[in-house]
Design a protein around this ligand. Structure first.
Ligand code: DQA
Length: 138
């Protein structure tokens, strides 16, 4: 069974409460329960941190023994050379995910330090972006 992990960055612990007009009204914990039963042919894990270094630690920890990483680095997407370098340094393929269409938003969200090193990018489909990312590992 393929082992996948969803890694969420800063403020995504507030999903459901945070700007629901952009990010929806469901908590990630509730959504993750659905994901686990829908994709029960994968071993699916979830990790969230608001701290850049902890996200890098997690990428290094899973990056040599998991089959896939689904990463929403949130605001760090647009700022973190360190997370970009971590992705370059590990072996596990990373699919970059965003809930919103970052290209239809502020210009500072148009640049990503993740994309050049990602296997692919899925954005703008709401929480469904995560479903689509998991499906890329079939
Ligand atoms: C986000 C988009 C980012 O620009 C933003 O900082 C987030 C969430 C998304 O999933 O749409 O926190 O990654």
């Amino acid at each position: 069974m393929k082992k996948l992990i969803i890694i969420n960055g800063p403020n995504l612990n507030l999903l459901g409460k945070r700007e629901p007009e952009i990010y929806g009204s469901q908590t990630f914990e509730d959504y993750f329960k659905n994901l686990k039963s829908k994709y029960n042919n994968f071993k699916l894990e979830y990790y969230q941190s608001n701290i850049e270094g902890e996200l890098i630690d997690k990428l290094q920890e899973v990056g040599f023994n998991y089959d896939g990483i689904i990463l929403n680095a949130a605001a760090y997407t647009h700022t973190s050379v360190g997370i970009g370098d971590a992705i370059k340094g590990i072996e596990t393929p990373v699919v970059e995910v965003h809930i919103s269409n970052t290209f239809s938003r502020e210009e500072y969200r148009h640049h990503s330090y993740i994309s050049p090193n990602a296997k692919g990018v899925i954005l703008g489909f709401g929480l469904k972006s995560y479903d689509l990312a998991i499906e890329s590992f079939y």
